[in-house]
Design a binder for this molecule. Sequence first.
Ligand code: C2E
Ligand code: MG
Ligand code: MG
Ligand code: MG
Length: 293
Amino acid sequence: DIALYHSKKTGRNISNIYRTGLNQLMEKRRALQADLEKALEEDEFELYYQPRINAKSLEIDSYEALLRWNHPQKGLVSPAEFIPVAEASGLIVDIDNWVFKRACRDAAEGLKGKHLSINVSPLGFQQRDFVKTIEETLEKTGTDPSQIELELTESMLIEDDERGLAVMKQLKRLGLSLALDDFGTGYSSLSYLSKYPFDTIKIDRNFVVALGQEKSAVAIMKVIIGLGKGLGMDIVAEGVETVEEAAFLRENECDQLQGYLISRPMTVEEIMHEVPLDIRCSILRAEPDDKTD
Ligand code: C2E
Ligand code: MG
Ligand code: MG
Ligand code: MG
């Protein structure tokens, strides 16, 4: 039967193609993983810092540390590409420790006196010695804990997470602040906000983008800001790219803004010379804003 013969043949071909594709993908992943291990040994990682400004005064409140991988052949590789692989292999724990150490060193040296926020991976947060490692690094680098905020995500807190809550309380006792990152992308159970001791909510960029696109986004944003502030938290909007977004957020009492409109992530050296940011903020200062006075 010719038809059957053909379908069997094609079926086999498809599964072969599929298998070859999968093998290539796994091969690429393995290579990336080996490269990542080498990157830690060879010191190919770098931290960039993106300013977060006070929405009222437009002064810089703090900086978020963002990891960059300077690959010897590929150049700068984005975290979106390598963090999932590092999570899957467990290497993210070592990478998180490297990031925390480097950021603390920067906080005690080039960025002395400035507030820094540092991202934590779910796997890192789960480590039994997570708090101890952080405490030791703070001590070794002579960093003032009140300079440091940790950015956690909803995905690392399971429902009724007693252990997670205990860890957060220990971190607060050390003097660190805690931010809920990417708010609105996970389950976004509002009970998280009252159950866990967050100081800051970072509203995900998706919500900020939606402001100009969906009518409901405006209502949702106002509710989130009101709720967060009612609970005594600072509200940060992530990924602010347009003057319109910034104007809306400022009018609606969002506390802080972060995004390319204000500044791209910068190196420590760039921050120490602080030239580009003044120019950016003058765009916002030029906004007619007489009503608020
Ligand atoms: P995130 O923590 O939500 O960081 C914000 C991301 O948005 C950063 O991407 C930043 O460069 C980008 N961004 C800032 N302003 C704008 C904007 O106006 N428009 C757009 N389109 N994007 C903007 P990045 O640096 O590529 O990092 C991606 C994610 O990788 C981070 O999301 C964070 O989850 C993770 N990550 C970055 N650095 C670290 C780290 O040191 N440790 C861990 N565990 N994760 C990290
Ligand atoms: Mg973050
Ligand atoms: Mg974020
Ligand atoms: Mg985000």
